[in-house]
Design a protein around this ligand. Structure first.
Ligand code: NI
Length: 157
């Protein structure tokens, strides 16, 4: 495994729509491992493939309960609302106030290309929404209410 370079907002790769992954390959396996290592090294709670320059529908998340790999993910259901500071590894040291669903149910393929569903609330729901937005070329800054401000905490995605 190896660390990948995290792309910073302004890089056009972060505005592209990513392509589905049709099958597992050694390159995708390597990418998953590298993305997890890169996310942990940056103290992030999530990382999407376009953030390391790869336009594929793949995200990794860990909100403290272990790694989650989501290939070709989609949101099935949402409910409720949460509003709070959100950060991104592609905009380090910054945060903005973003409203997200407080509950999310999503479907994805795991690293064995087996389909599963996942339910999350609070930070996990926020992270799923945030990462899936990256796959369609969107950053949280488009949804932030009020100014993007400096932060000194480490919870970035
Ligand atoms: Ni992000």
């Amino acid at each position: 495994m190896a660390l990948r370079t995290i792309r910073i907002q302004g890089d056009p790769v972060l505005t592209k729509v990513c392509r589905p992954i049709p099958e597992m390959t050694p390159k995708i396996e390597e990418l998953i491992g590298d993305m997890l290592e890169t996310m942990y090294e940056a103290n992030g709670v999530g990382l999407a493939a376009p953030q390391v320059g790869i336009l594929k529908r793949l995200v990794v998340i860990d909100v403290g309960d272990g790694p989650i790999v989501m290939i070709n993910p989609s949101i099935l259901e949402t409910s409720g609302e949460q509003t709070g500071d959100e950060g991104c590894l592609s905009l380090p040291g910054k945060a903005g106030n973003v409203t997200r669903p407080n509950y999310v149910k999503a479907r994805a393929l795991d690293e064995n290309m087996e389909e599963y569903t996942i339910e999350g609330t609070e930070l996990l729901a926020r992270a799923i929404c945030h990462e899936l937005d990256h796959l369609d070329g969107h950053m949280y800054t488009e949804k932030a209410e009020g100014p993007i401000h400096d932060v000194n905490y480490e919870e970035e995605a």
